[in-house]
Ligand binder design. Structure first.
Ligand SMILES: [Zn+2]
Length: 138
């Protein structure tokens, strides 16, 4: 399998390759996304990389109207806000992600528990490849 270290750098490299990867404890089966090098349930450091299917349910969300500078450059503003959320993956583990494909003018349509699927957003014009994890309704 992959020999990359269980780090944020490896996690981001996998996102650039359109893979949502976590680590799974060989001892107790606990799954961590982003990956951890040490299992916090049984304290073993014997883990494997595991690729997530990229499906889950929306656990929480918020609508962001004050965007960071790179998002403002992409056209987001008070008049064009975006959703950010937490998705609980089918394999276990929760990830922070952008939530795409939902109309911010109609927040009544976005619901906790909605089935979601992964979407990889590649940053345009970046000097080094950079990918944002996003989810959209499944
Ligand atoms: Zn464990």
């Amino acid at each position: 399998m992959e020999q990359r270290p269980f780090s944020d750098t490896s996690y981001n490299q996998f996102l650039n390759e359109e893979k949502l990867m976590g680590s799974r404890c060989k001892g107790c089966g606990a799954t961590y996304v982003p990956p951890r090098p040490l299992c916090v349930k049984c304290y073993k450091s014997d883990l494997d990389w595991v690729e997530m299917k990229g499906t889950g349910k929306l656990a929480a969300f918020t609508c962001i109207t004050i965007a960071p500078p790179f998002m403002i450059a992409q056209g987001y503003s008070r008049k064009n806000p975006y959703y950010s959320g937490v998705v609980e993956l089918d394999e276990g583990g929760r990830v922070d992600a952008r939530i795409e494909g939902m109309d911010t003018a109609h927040p009544e349509n976005i619901k906790v528990g909605m089935p979601m699927k992964v979407k990889f957003l590649h940053r345009e014009g970046a000097e080094v490849p950079e990918t944002y994890l996003a989810f959209e309704p499944a």
